[in-house]
Design a binder for this molecule. Structure first.
Ligand SMILES: Cc1cc2nc3c(=O)[nH]c(=O)nc-3n(C[C@H](O)[C@H](O)[C@H](O)COP(=O)(O)OP(=O)(O)OC[C@H]3O[C@@H](n4cnc5c(N)ncnc54)[C@H](O)[C@@H]3O)c2cc1C
Length: 372
């Protein structure tokens, strides 16, 4: 049986980011990746772009919002603010090469169990033991449709790779956050009729936090289509979907019904890929994993950490790269502490990560809202 000190599951931005930090130390680690590096990004719809802008601002102490490792910037590499999924996956490949990251692709983690000296991991290839496990399996590969009956009649937005090429002219989209709004924009621009159902007005803005409202990038595109004759917005909550003959019917909580020939598109989000570790997770009231605030270890567990967009602490949502990357340093620092790494080396690494937006331990600063 193979032994590694740290096993990281998933080679998306979270896994590659944490591995980049470990590659600054002499702690041995491996990244286990089910498909390829950046495979979630390779699966994005063709015309989808990052909503968070990239800018090569690193030299002035403001790391590119989409960077996951020091000295790198997607904007610098691609000379673009809004990268496509394929471009971002290529950026991750470049970071892998730059930092000589040890990634084993086509290796799926199937089972995780506690072992005497750490965690026993079973992959499709072998069994290995690690002392520390970082779960960075992301959300994209776990589309979510909750609270609606008849989901077998729906299609999740992530399954639609070319919205402009869909057959048919009339579409119902359930959900008006980023994916739903972007899908509607793409369809309306291609002369399709869209009815978008969302609990609140899509462009209602009562916070500056893009984890809760549309990003400025999408909002501006949405404003261009919202008065189009091909677009209508319905405030309501979808309750059930049925199929009668050639028609799909979406019924709202207030019993209003909308019909379409095409299956309704559910842009209802994603949730953490957690199958092999679900027995180790205690959930918060909102369904996200409960984590120890100091280290991002799963509650009531030691040496198993969560990295990525499902990280939550109180009301703080870390769903964007520029947010969740700030917790990478907290995880790696905990591992270095436990491995009795030289304290001066830890301080020097942490200072560097702080300067690069890769370390945030005091969450009180995340409460500040914009005032103008
Ligand atoms: C459509 C969409 C657009 C987005 N746009 C932005 C944006 O513009 N800016 C931004 O900051 N964020 C954006 N996000 C948020 C997004 O969640 C993250 O930026 C990013 O994908 C999360 O990185 P990750 O490394 O946690 O997960 P992922 O990128 O999903 O990587 C997880 C990896 O784990 C692998 N994996 C899963 N299960 C296993 C297993 N059992 N064994 C081995 N490997 C496994 C997967 O194959 C995958 O490669 C967007 C999300 C979506 C869904």
């Amino acid at each position: 049986m193979r032994f590694v000190n740290v096993a990281i599951v998933g080679a998306g931005p979270a896994g590659v980011g944490i591995a980049s930090m470990l590659s600054e130390t002499d702690i041995d680690y491996v990244v286990l990746e089910k498909h390829n590096v950046g495979s979630s990004f390779l699966d994005w719809p063709e015309n989808m772009e990052m909503i968070t802008p990239s800018f090569p601002s690193n030299a002035f102490g403001q790391m590119d919002l989409n960077s996951i490792a020091s000295l790198t910037s997607p904007a610098f590499t691609f000379k673009k603010e809004h990268l496509s999924g394929k471009e971002y996956a290529k950026y991750l490949n470049k970071v892998e090469i730059l930092n000589k990251i040890n990634i084993e692709t086509n290796t799926e983690v199937k089972n995780v169990k506690k072992a005497d000296n750490g965690w026993m991991i079973e992959t499709n290839k072998e069994k290995l033991i690690c002392k520390y496990l970082v779960w960075a399996a992301g959300e994209f590969q776990n589309p979510k449709i909750e609270g609606i009956t008849g989901i077998e009649h729906c299609i999740h937005s992530s399954a639609i790779k070319e919205p402009h090429n869909l057959e048919g002219d009339d579409f119902i989209i359930v959900g008006g956050y980023e994916s739903g709004a972007q899908m509607a924009i793409e369809m309306v621009k291609n002369n399709k009729n869209v009815t978008l159902i969302n609990p609140t007005k899509v462009d209602e803005v009562d916070t500056g936090d893009p984890s809760k409202v549309l990003s400025p990038y999408t909002l501006n595109k949405f404003i261009e289509i919202k008065n189009s004759k091909n677009f209508s917005e319905v405030i309501g909550i979808a309750e059930s979907v049925t199929k009668d003959g050639n028609y799909f019917s979406v019924q709202l909580e207030d019993k209003t019904i909308f019909k379409s020939i095409q299956p309704p598109v559910c842009a209802t989000g994603f949730s953490l890929v957690q199958k092999p570790i679900e027995q180790l997770i205690t959930s918060r009231d909102d369904g996200f994993p409960l984590l120890k605030e100091e280290t991002d270890e799963f509650y009531n567990q030691d040496n198993i950490y969560l990295a990525g967009p499902s990280v939550r602490h109180d009301s703080h949502i870390f769903c964007f790269i520029y947010k969740f990357r700030q917790r990478f340093g907290v995880i790696v620092e905990d591992i270095l502490d436990k491995e009795m790494y030289d304290i001066n080396d830890i301080v020097s690494l942490v200072n560097n990560w702080k300067q690069n937006g890769l370390y945030l331990s005091d969450l009180s600063c995340c409460d500040q809202e914009c005032v103008c």
